[in-house]
Design a protein around this ligand. Sequence first.
Ligand SMILES: Cc1cc2nc3c(=O)[nH]c(=O)nc-3n(C[C@H](O)[C@H](O)[C@H](O)COP(=O)(O)OP(=O)(O)OC[C@H]3O[C@@H](n4cnc5c(N)ncnc54)[C@H](O)[C@@H]3O)c2cc1C
Length: 247
Amino acid sequence: MAEWIEGKIVDNTHWTENLFSLRVSAEISNFTAGQFTSLALDLEGERIARPYSFLSSPGQQPLEFFFYTATGGTLSNELVALDPGDTVLVKNQANGFFVLDEVPPCRELWMMGTGTGIAPFLSILGTEQPWERFDRIALIYAVRREADLRYLERIDQYREQHGDKFRFQAFVSREDVAGTLPGRIPAAIENGELEKQIGLEMNPEQSHFMLCGNPDMVKDVTELLKSRGFRKNRRRTPGHITTENYW
Ligand SMILES: Cc1cc2nc3c(=O)[nH]c(=O)nc-3n(C[C@H](O)[C@H](O)[C@H](O)COP(=O)(O)OP(=O)(O)OC[C@H]3O[C@@H](n4cnc5c(N)ncnc54)[C@H](O)[C@@H]3O)c2cc1C
């Protein structure tokens, strides 16, 4: 089958000046929640492709993606201008190991995402697997401004459906917003505030961490967790920290 499939834009939702979501109708091969595909446009005779995590769950149509328009970014600034009916190329085969099948047995799953790095977690939470596997799931979502917090209705639904099994904490770094934590995730791990707010203890016997998005967050949280006895999760040497850097 062809590597690239023609997708049709179903809608383009502009959330803020630099956040938007595309829903795309495209008949691609199945994927696993947490994986990414590539999207591409032919610009001035050149095919420009970048990886994007699925926000939609396997089997859902249209496919959904959540974007940040990078300053001066080549592809994101073209994608933001797409209208319903326009074409975008979608790679047929998904990729990536940021999936629950790579997470060793444990009781508590911590999912930490910055900005659009929330996407693979929403894809995973839209499947049965995490709810069946873990006793507790904590979703941590860090952004700069309150308006950047998106998909909160969906997150609220998980709270309603799963009660105490599901814990959620947002961080807003550049505004004071009630119910959210200020600053960055690493600082709140270091001073114990995140565990306090979530009501779970980070413990190598029972916790696994999936970190996605900004590479500074991924690196800083990984270093902190390592200093507390957690290890990177590798295929040959299973551990506690599974990561996906967006740049
Ligand atoms: C596995 C993987 C999955 C990804 N999934 C997503 C996704 O779901 N949504 C998404 O918006 N991007 C995602 N990205 C990033 C995406 O592939 C592009 O890098 C991004 O859209 C910028 O491309 P560009 O051509 O517009 O900019 P470029 O000219 O390629 O500029 C890239 C620069 O933009 C900044 N940047 C890139 N991505 C982001 C971001 N998400 N938030 C803030 N700043 C960013 C970085 O400083 C980076 O150096 C993912 C990257 C990887 C590796």
